[in-house]
Design a protein around this ligand. Structure first.
Ligand code: HPA
Length: 278
């Protein structure tokens, strides 16, 4: 495969950035990526500018029906934010570089903190459908990495450190918010696989054994790109189904979306509460 050069990337990023900067003069510090079934957090945002991905040069366009595909610039929890309503998954056929392109563009627009959410399957037997979990670490089993290829030294180092991908300070703030608001929240390890198949019983047994609490098909590419660019990261998972190998029930996307809808108000309260404290 022919990899994009650093110059090609920078040209594309700068074209996307100038389009965005012509549409809005907002330069928010915070970017929120909304996961599958979690787009309604957007209703809480005091939106000032909306930009469709389709209008931004070089932006990928989401193929998943449950994802809207636009940037919302506005205010949440008293802070200026930009939200990605609709994200890109590896299983859709995008390259890792395409998946993280929007984040890289928005970093160039001034964001330095990533708040990322997702829907996932819970493998820890203490986790119930509709619960939420703060991500305190991850395991990348996507079989790919957005940093493979030429390194743009202006973005970050060739070999980024991964000892604290999820910012300890933000985890503590989020824990305090959940405590104050009386929201039950777990903390654990997110494991990313490519999908689009869900896992077999044997795979769930194996993934649990190697240290994961939940499994999903997103988030890790964006977190890797964010850490590479020295951004702070907060990750929140919504458990949409229980993946217990010895008692596994079939799941479908409707069930996943329903559970995401159940958990979304809790996630929204935590994210809003964290922004208020920052
Ligand atoms: N695996 C299992 N269950 C899930 C997933 C997944 O990737 N995403 C949402 N529920």
């Amino acid at each position: 495969m022919q990899r994009e050069t650093v110059e090609e990337f920078r040209t594309k990023r700068d074209e996307a950035l100038s389009y965005i900067q012509d549409e809005t003069d907002m330069r928010p510090n915070y970017i929120i990526i909304l996961g599958t079934g979690l787009g309604h957090l957007a209703d809480e945002i005091d939106v000032k500018h909306t930009i469709s991905y389709a209008d931004i040069p070089h932006f990928p366009v989401s193929t998943v029906e449950s994802h809207a595909g636009r940037l919302l610039f506005g205010e949440l929890g008293g802070k200026e934010i930009v939200a990605m309503q609709g994200r890109f998954h590896y299983y859709e056929g995008y390259t890792m570089q395409e998946i993280v392109f929007p984040l890289r563009v928005l970093k160039a627009n001034g964001t330095d903190t990533l708040i990322v959410s997702n829907a996932c399957g819970g493998m820890n037997p203490n986790y119930k459908r509709g619960d939420i979990m703060l991500i305190n670490d991850h395991i990348n089993m996507l079989g790919d990495n957005p940093l493979i290829g030429p390194n743009d030294d202006e973005l970050g180092p060739r070999f980024p450190d991964m000892s604290e991908p999820y910012t300890e300070r933000l985890l503590e703030i989020a824990e305090n918010v959940a405590l104050e608001k009386g929201i039950k929240m777990h903390q654990g390890v997110y494991l990313a696989l490519s999908g689009p198949t869900l896992e077999t019983k044997a795979e769930y047994r194996y993934l649990r054994l190697i240290g994961a609490d939940v499994v999903g098909m997103s988030t890790v590419p964006e977190v890797i790109a964010a850490v590479h660019m020295s951004m702070e990261v907060l990750g929140i998972s919504v458990i949409t189904d229980e993946c217990l190998p010895d008692a596994l029930e079939p799941v479908n996307i409707e069930d996943v979306l329903e559970a995401a809808g159940m958990a979304e108000p809790k996630m929204t309260q935590v994210i809003t509460g964290v922004l208020e404290k920052l």
